[in-house]
Design a binder for this molecule. Structure first.
Ligand code: NAD
Length: 287
């Protein structure tokens, strides 16, 4: 992961790209890997890690320019091919069009990473109905659309594959500050386990990745509903201190995702506190 970060910094600084080939096992050579939310944070790091492992990358984001930047970095890193697609994962017809286009032009996806997500903090009653809907539309419906459309293509092809859904430690650790977000992530966890059982006989693995605090845009820009500007400033100071302390890089989450696909793991907590919360959750025996 460190050499990928170094490589990207070099290219973004406008310095000549160092030779990237041969520095990473060609574990995913030629495989078609589609990542949603690939323009930033965990999605971008994951796209670049698969690129370095020789995959063909489809970088999807609602921010088309950000997706294109990721695709542009994927090629010099070792991707066999890299395309950028603009789509909002919560938009059913846009996702249908994307699935048709990808199948027709690039082929059936071997690895799907449903990563696009948004954050929203606030108390249960601070959230308006529209707040609930927007979080569930992206974080849950986005994953449902991805699994239904690309999962069906994988199943019909009959050559296996893998689906990775980015849930969160918030999906098993209740929080009064993130009711809609936590609910969406708990649903993604359950969806992943149901789908994993259903697809097991077809050689298609399903993994739920549950990061704790990771240093990305989402942790610095999550909107705090129904709170005044002063309180918002204090919150940002608190969270930046918290995240600054942890400072867990998205590249380490990307590494965990590649390893989880290789060993076909069901649920993978990533970051120390995610592992702790996981050990204390329903997955462990209770007294
Ligand atoms: P990020 O904000 O850096 O990246 C999210 C990306 O998704 C952005 O490029 C954004 O444009 C894109 N996106 C958002 N909504 C979209 C939509 N409707 N359609 C298409 N693209 C969309 O955040 P991140 O931290 O990299 O988040 C990635 C995933 O990881 C999310 O599902 C998030 O909930 C999850 N996660 C993050 C953390 C963390 O601490 N950063 C912890 C646990 C889980």
């Amino acid at each position: 992961a460190d050499w990928i970060t170094e490589f990207v910094d070099t290219v973004e600084d406008g310095r000549p790209a160092p030779a990237a080939t041969g520095r990473h096992a060609d574990r995913f050579a030629g495989q078609l890997v589609l990542i949603t939310g690939a323009g930033s944070g965990i999605g971008r790091a994951t796209a670049l890690a698969f690129a370095a492992a020789g995959a063909r990358i489809v970088a999807v984001d609602r921010d088309g320019e950000a997706a294109a930047r990721t695709a542009g970095l994927a090629l010099p890193l070792g991707a066999r091919a890299a395309w950028a697609e603009t789509a909002d994962v919560s938009d059913e017809s846009a996702m249908e069009k994307l699935a048709e286009k990808v199948a027709a032009e690039y082929g059936v996806v071997d690895v799907l990473v449903n990563n696009a997500g948004i954050g929203l903090s606030g108390s249960f009653f601070d959230h308006t109905a529209a707040d609930w809907r927007s979080v569930l539309d992206v974080n849950l419906w986005g994953v449902i659309h991805g699994c239904r459309l690309f999962g069906r293509q994988m199943a019909e092809r009959g050559q296996g594959g893998h689906i990775v859904n980015i849930a969160s430690a918030a999906g098993y650790q209740p929080s009064q500050a993130l009711p809609a977000y936590s609910t969406s992530k708990a649903a993604v966890l359950m969806l992943s386990e149901c789908l994993r059982a259903e697809l097991a006989g077809q050689g298609i693995g399903v993994t739920a990745i549950c990061p704790g605090f990771v240093n990305t845009n989402i942790t610095s820009t999550t909107r705090f509903a129904g709170v005044d500007a002063e309180e918002e400033k204090r919150r940002q100071k608190r969270t930046s201190r918290l995240y600054g302390l942890r400072n867990y890089p998205p590249e380490k989450v990307a590494d965990a995702i590649l390893r989880a696909v290789v060993r076909d793991a069901a649920v993978v907590p990533v970051t120390p506190e995610a592992r702790l919360f996981h050990a204390l959750s329903r997955f462990s025996p209770r007294t």
